[in-house]
Design a protein around this ligand. Structure first.
Ligand SMILES: C[S@@+](CC[C@H](N)C(=O)[O-])C[C@H]1O[C@@H](n2cnc3c(N)ncnc32)[C@H](O)[C@@H]1O
Ligand code: SF4
Length: 460
């Protein structure tokens, strides 16, 4: 049995921060969004849709870019609306986008997963929900056992919304918590007492929603490690099925409202690393299994079962148990992933609607996948999910010679020397020391990566 000496592990991890805590992609896709170009346009996406097999099984994503409040840390594509008319208009336009996609599809595909993301999907009214789910079910054959999930702002949440969503098949909710400490909440303009979360969970469980997730963040302004742990101690009393623990991505050059955050109050890289590791240790000590970079699940949860069986996947929505390879995204900024490539819709709601006015798919950019992209993408996804990969086996499965990754050799040798990975034959495994730096390990296989300061958030 290996005995891991935790304090010294943490000290060694801190020593690695200067070298490996640099800015790095989150690898929710490979190639990453930096490689998306306008050369992949509506015409190309339409052609890709047409050439899918008629019996394709898909996962669906609808982006709802509206909120009732603006949290200063928010990195999502959203805006604050007070009334419901803008939201209802938008749902009407989503229906037009679904019509345009349907016109290109060779059949009525089975859909086994639907995710409503945002923004705040619980700003949708009963009528909006009925219109959206009605349309999705007309265009797609949503299976009886489909997993239907939504991101929820607990402060806006109420029982009427939950009842309506459950009547449309809701099976999983993700409640945004972030941090329950009043001083941290003030520093990010997000007031959210624990009682609101308790009540939301009571309603959801009462309605029989099988799976509840909480989003928690570290790296927020004025947030001490003890604040993260206090937040988690309260949350685990509600026994959520899953928790996601996100490191705050501070990218004010992309999200202007993040400039409202006082940078002097942000924890430094050492404090971020300490918070994320202390949080992980705490969650594992109270019975959660650690999945990938930032997810935790009860051992009975399908995500934990999938992780034990090596079946987790990573996409734009984070980690999930294995599902369809094809993801069709709808709404402003939504991303679709097909075997031919990845496409992203126009981000601005106005321009997205203008494309629909012209009867065009609102595609803004994307990337066509080469055989090399698929090969490297699989290595990166397995590392992000399972922290280990057999390079020879993966090369052979993709029809590449064993020396195809010779270019990565110097970086791998350095990572091994620094204790982030071990190598046994062709199997590369990320060590416990290297786990927080898995993005840096993935970067060794990224054929596009150039050190472009400022384009990504901190890697830890
Ligand atoms: C799309 S948001 C929807 C959450 C929901 N509207 C709410 O506020 O509760 C999903 C999650 O993304 C995470 N998130 C948002 N901005 C982030 C950032 N800048 N860095 C890291 N995580 C972020 C938060 O944990 C948030 O709960
Ligand atoms: S965290 Fe949620 S409520 Fe806050 S701005 Fe982002 S999407 Fe909206």
């Amino acid at each position: 049995m290996t005995v891991v000496d935790l304090p010294s592990l943490q000290t060694r991890r801190r020593d690695l921060l200067d070298t490996y805590g640099v800015r790095a992609p989150r690898y929710t896709s490979y190639p990453t969004a930096v490689q998306f170009t306008p050369a992949i346009n509506a015409e190309i996406y339409g052609g890709w849709l047409e050439s899918l097999p008629a019996d394709e099984v898909v996962s669906l994503y609808a982006h709802i870019p509206f909120c009732r409040r603006l949290c200063w840390y928010c990195g999502c594509n959203t805006r604050v609306v007070n009334g419901g008319s803008a939201v209802s208009r938008y749902v009407g336009r989503l229906s037009e986008e679904l019509d345009l996609v349907q016109a290109r599809l060779p059949g009525r595909f089975k859909a086994t997963q639907i995710h409503l993301g945002g923004g705040t999907p619980n700003v949708l009214s009963d009528e909006d929900l009925a219109a959206l789910f009605g349309k999705l079910r007309r265009v797609f054959d949503v299976t009886g056992d489909a997993e239907i999930s939504a991101e929820i702002d607990p402060v806006v949440f109420n029982a009427d919304w939950a009842r309506a969503a459950v009547s449309h098949g809701l099976t999983r909710v993700s409640l945004g918590v972030q941090d329950l400490t009043p001083a941290v909440q003030r520093a990010v303009n997000r007031n959210e007492p624990f009682s609101v979360i308790v009540e939301a969970v009571r309603i959801l469980r009462g309605l029989g929603v099988p799976s509840v997730n909480f989003d928690v963040m570290y790296g927020l302004p004025r947030q001490a490690v003890s604040d993260v742990l206090n937040t988690l101690s309260q949350l685990v009393t509600l026994r959520p099925d899953r928790l996601a623990l996100f490191g705050y991505a501070h990218v004010p050059w992309m999200k202007a409202h993040q400039k409202l955050i006082n940078e002097a109050e942000l924890p430094d890289a050492v404090a971020r690393l300490d918070a994320s590791e202390a949080a992980a240790e705490f969650l594992m000590a109270v019975g959660y299994e650690r999945i990938g970079l930032d997810h935790f699940a009860l051992p009975s949860d399908p995500l934990a079962i999938a992780a034990r069986e090596g079946r987790t996947m990573r996409n734009f929505q984070g980690y999930g148990a294995s599902g369809p390879q094809t993801l069709l995204g709808f709404g402003a900024s939504a991303i679709s992933q097909l075997r031919q490539g990845i496409v992203q819709n126009v981000t601005a709601e106005l321009a997205w609607g203008q494309a629909l006015d012209k009867g065009l798919l609102p595609t803004a950019r994307g990337v066509a996948l080469t055989a090399d992209d698929r090969f490297r993408g699989e290595i990166i996804e397995r590392l992000m999910c399972e922290f280990t990969i057999d390079l020879a086996e993966t090369s052979a499965a993709h029809g590449f010679p064993a020396d195809v990754l010779a270019g990565a050799e110097p970086t791998l040798a350095t990572l091994e020397r620094d204790g982030l990975i071990t190598r046994e034959g062709s199997v590369v495994s990320v060590t416990p020391l290297g786990r927080p730096y898995v993005r840096a390990v993935c970067a060794a296989f990224d054929a596009y990566l150039e050190p472009e300061a400022g384009r990504h958030a901190l890697a830890v």
